[in-house]
Design a binder for this molecule. Structure first.
Ligand SMILES: [Zn+2]
Length: 172
């Protein structure tokens, strides 16, 4: 508690407490040493908290060490969070075929999901079509960035996610 007040200041801390008490914390996920929160303000804001330093980043206009960060930490401290590490550990024990069928079902609902797995495949040459698609998307993003036009938060997020999702693929 003391540490949060020190880092965020009393005013923001109190606002965060109010947010937490008013059930504005929609979701908290813990993965490795970070918390990923969704907190309802004027919009639903995405918060990432570093559990070591308690510093937070947020998609709200304030952006850093805000009341949404405090509210996310409080959710975690009150055990209202999903432990993604545990889910990942559980996944390690899931039978390969079961996992495959699950992924297949996801792909059936949204074929684009299959693109996340391209990087796992040994022979990408057979997938030159997908490769071209990924490459084209990347070139589009590069063009946007080079043109110097303003990139809104969602586009920036989309580009970031794209790079992360395809990092194995892109390094081939
Ligand atoms: Zn915020």
């Amino acid at each position: 508690m003391e540490e949060i007040i020190q880092k965020y200041g009393y005013i923001i801390y109190n606002r965060g407490v109010e947010y937490y008490k008013n059930k504005r914390v929609q979701q908290v996920l813990k993965f490795k040493n970070k918390l990923y929160g969704k907190v309802i303000g004027n919009f639903v804001y995405d918060v990432i908290v570093d559990l070591k330093s308690l510093e937070s980043r947020c998609s709200c206009p304030y952006g850093h060490n805000c009341k949404h960060g405090v509210a996310t930490i409080l959710g975690y401290m009150n055990n209202e969070y999903v432990d993604v590490d545990k889910i990942v550990d559980g996944l390690k024990k899931v039978d390969k075929e079961k996992l495959f069928n699950f992924i297949l079902e996801k792909i059936g609902r949204n074929p684009e999901f299959a693109l996340n797995f391209v990087g796992l495949l040994d022979d990408v040459s057979e997938l030159s079509y997908i490769y071209k698609q990924v490459k084209n998307k990347l070139l589009t993003y590069i063009a946007i960035m080079k043109s110097g036009t303003y990139i809104d938060k969602n586009t920036a997020k989309e580009i970031g996610n794209f790079l992360l999702e395809n990092k194995n693929f892109l390094s081939k």
